[in-house]
Design a binder for this molecule. Structure first.
Ligand code: DAT
Ligand code: MG
Length: 136
């Protein structure tokens, strides 16, 4: 059994898509083990996205994530890390496959950062690190 960190990012919360996104996750059969609404501080986000420090979208990404609360979910299930990323779709919401969360509900809004509704940890190491940050 695995756990992963899912975030409904500020665009998903602001657009009122939290319920739809959680419905898709529950319909797939994963278990919500913990859930909270979080207004993160800059330090948390800089740690969360440390792998992207120095990239051109890093500062816009942190600013976007500071723009409102996110819903943080501790999600549990067999192979949930890859399973949720498959549900979410590829990073760019404009071209993410229809049928995925990003593909069905997201698109480009002309900004320097891709506002793609959700985050999902990409490995067991990332998931342990990120869950410790968001559910400290
Ligand atoms: P993912 O969220 O699919 O794991 P990532 O970890 O590579 O993608 O990037 C983190 C976030 O940064 C991503 O959700 C949206 C933003 N982002 C990534 N690549 C980008 C790019 N080339 N231009 C603008 N924003 C980008
Ligand atoms: Mg990532």
């Amino acid at each position: 059994m695995q756990q992963t960190l899912v975030l409904v990012k500020p665009d998903g919360v602001a657009r009122g898509l939290t319920g739809q996104i959680l419905s898709r996750i529950e319909a797939k059969g994963y278990r919500i083990a913990d859930l909270r609404l979080v207004q993160p501080e800059r330090a948390l986000l800089e740690e969360h996205y440390a792998e992207h420090d120095g990239k051109p979208f890093f500062e816009p990404l942190v600013e976007f994530m500071l723009s409102g609360p996110s819903v943080a979910v501790r999600l549990e299930g067999d192979r949930v890390i890859e399973g949720f990323r498959s549900l979410a779709g590829t990073t760019d919401p404009t071209t993410a496959a229809p049928g995925t969360i990003r593909g069905d509900l997201g698109r480009d809004w002309g900004l320097k950062v891709q506002q793609n509704l959700v985050h999902g940890s990409d490995s067991e190491e990332s998931s342990a690190r990120e869950l410790a940050l968001w559910f400290a």
